[in-house]
Ligand binder design. Structure first.
Ligand code: UTP
Length: 274
């Protein structure tokens, strides 16, 4: 059985929904309590047995690289970062123009080689059990492409790729940002994937879509004609930290779980006159 040990995390987007801060700081580096999102994502990957990661960055996001470099100044003070760098090999590739998720993933072709691999989007946080581990467990069962899915509110259907799937969780269609009448289900594609390497042949054939972007969804649709795709209903709670409201909700929920903060924060929230 092929072991999934490589992961790609694209973090080279513009972050327009979270401007102006994202002009100066990558959204993937903004703190969830005191950890940047990318650190929590790597912990999820390590829990899943991933051994090597590739960040797709750009020259405005060099601080992501710096973050994982060990400096004497911090010796003994950042053991949790050290633990990560000792558990997973970190690599970088550049996507200088934000030409979409499809273009970002194509940059990982040489790193991935000819094996199935995992993707975690840099702005999609899932709190709870390692979601990418749950996808890998499904890959071991189905030996085919797996997409992380979860139910979303009807009012949010037009923000996501929405899937059409059967009772065996086999996906036969993804509709990008449908309106409520066109949506084939309430299940959205939420930033976790396991793909066979044939996805790269599809990414290479992509045509530019609206907004001058190459969309990963288009490549998935192409591969779906040749290979099976299954939805994995991950058990954790999803936060879109690329949106202001998602970021705020994530901070509150992670802080409520933090022994140092939860009592005072609960008291504070209770006393807010809202
Ligand atoms: P998003 O579409 O959520 O990110 O991409 P974005 O384009 O930065 O967001 P908005 O819409 O402008 O606010 C999901 C992930 O893919 C990365 C992003 O950094 C994010 O982590 N991405 C997106 C790339 O690496 N390259 C791209 O060209 C686009």
């Amino acid at each position: 059985m092929t072991k999934i040990n490589k992961l790609v995390i694209p973090v080279a987007g513009l972050g327009t929904r979270f401007l102006p801060v994202t002009k100066g700081v990558p959204k993937e580096m903004l703190p969830i309590v005191s950890k940047p999102t990318i650190m929590i994502l790597l912990e999820e990957a390590i829990d899943a047995g991933i051994e090597e990661v590739l960040f797709v960055i750009n020259s405005r996001k060099e601080c992501i690289k710096t973050f994982f470099e060990m400096e004497e100044l911090y010796e003994g003070k950042v053991d949790d970062i050290k633990e990560i760098t000792q558990s997973i090999k970190i690599n970088y590739v550049y996507q200088e123009k934000p030409l979409g998720s499809g273009d970002a993933i194509l940059k990982a072709k040489d790193f991935v080689g000819n094996n199935p691999f995992a993707i975690i989007y840099g702005d999609d946080l899932i709190k709870g059990k390692s979601a990418i581990k749950e996808l890998i467990d499904d890959y071991d069962k189905y030996q085919s492409n797996i997409i992380g899915i979860s139910k979303v509110d009807s009012k949010d259907l037009s923000k996501y790729g929405i899937i059409e799937f059967n009772e065996n969780n086999e996906i036969n269609r993804i509709i990008e940002k449908p309106n409520i009448n066109e949506a084939p289900s309430n299940y959205a594609v939420l930033g976790r994937y396991i793909f066979n390497p044939e996805i790269f042949e599809c990414l290479e054939q992509l045509k530019m879509q609206s907004k001058n972007e190459y969309q990963l969804t288009e490549a998935m649709t192409m591969l779906m004609k040749k290979q099976k795709f299954y939805g994995c209903k991950f058990s954790g709670k999803y936060f879109d930290i690329g949106s202001k409201i998602g970021y705020l909700k994530a901070n509150i929920e992670y802080a409520l779980d933090n022994d140092e903060l939860s009592i005072e924060l609960k008291e504070y929230l209770k006393n807010l006159s809202i």
